[in-house]
Design a binder for this molecule. Structure first.
Ligand code: PDD
Length: 284
């Protein structure tokens, strides 16, 4: 079935969707995006994604293309017309079309595009067996806290990982893990402390990260938000990542070193289960 996508006010079959060749998203990667997961036809943590969207837009002096309520209605309508029971909604916002110039145009109208992907998110073969990752130097720009559409380096890093026969790359700067190609990263130390990098310009403030850290604190598990080294990760008891596309995903191997018994660890499995249960309850 051909998908219906949303482009600047219209719901159209995907083959008919068009934007300008002068769109600054195309010419300058001058745009931001959000990915919201869908469970039982409902949106997971929509409010969190809206908060981060506003922040990304503010940082780039871009305006909201329409109200938050309208964005919610567009998300819901696309989920409905495309019959997405489980999957993802991608929302892309660029500064719009303007004659090519490095300065931001004064009066471009933002481009707003949304599309869906229907696919299993809960039942995940990778989460079942645990992901294998390799470390790759983090060569992205210095404002990774803004969720921009410039995803070429994460894409290259993912290809390096695929080329080595593993699932993903964990990115490294000055010997410390920043995050995965499209997820936040965690280790569990020998004394059971969950460690994840603290928020700064170096990483994206994950919406799943925030929700999972809330669970962790409610469960009174030990947690430290700080940078951790590759060596620390290699000797960790277990590891995992979080994202809207993977929820909580156990990691069982880093750079060929098997963690623990090579199976998804109890902390990651428990947090995955709790996160899914909570998301099913709170989705709107
Ligand atoms: N990626 N870090 C990076 C670099 C990411 O691209 C993402 C999300 C995350 C996790 O954020 P969240 O929990 O809000 O999904 C962390 C999305 C899912 C993607 O581009 O597919």
């Amino acid at each position: 079935m051909e998908r219906t996508v949303y482009v600047n006010g219209d719901y159209v079959p995907e083959r008919e969707a068009k934007i300008s060749v002068f769109d600054r998203g195309f010419l300058f990667a001058d745009g931001v995006y959000e990915v919201t997961s869908v469970l039982n036809g409902k949106l997971v943590d929509f409010a969190g994604h809206m908060r981060r969207l506003r922040r990304s837009l503010d940082e780039l002096q871009m305006r909201m293309p329409c109200s938050e309520e309208e964005l919610l209605q567009i998300h819901r309508k696309l989920v409905e017309v495309n019959a997405v029971a489980e999957g993802l909604v991608y929302m892309q916002i660029t500064r719009g079309a303007a004659d090519r110039d490095f300065t931001y145009p004064e009066s471009a109208t933002p481009t707003l595009v949304l599309f869906t992907q229907a696919r299993p998110v809960i039942a995940s073969p990778v989460a079942e067996r645990g992901a294998r990752v390799v470390t790759v130097e983090d060569l992205r720009w210095g404002r990774r806290d803004i969720k921009t559409v410039q995803l070429l380096y994460p894409s290259m890093a993912k290809m390096i990982a695929k080329g080595q026969g593993v699932d993903d790359a964990w990115l490294v700067q000055d010997g410390k893990i920043t995050e995965g190609t499209s997820n936040n990263t965690y280790i569990v130390t020998a004394d059971g402390t969950i460690v994840t990098r603290d928020l700064s310009h170096d990483i994206l403030p994950g919406i799943t990260r925030a929700a999972v850290l809330n669970c962790v604190r409610e469960l009174q598990m030990k947690v430290e938000e700080r940078a951790f080294s590759v060596e620390e990760a290699l000797s960790a008891r277990e590891a995992f990542s979080t994202s809207a596309t993977g929820f909580v995903c156990p990691v069982v191997e880093i750079d060929g070193t098997v963690l623990g018994d090579g199976k998804p660890g109890p902390v990651a499995r428990r947090l995955r289960q709790i996160y899914i249960e909570e998301s099913l309850k709170s989705a709107i």
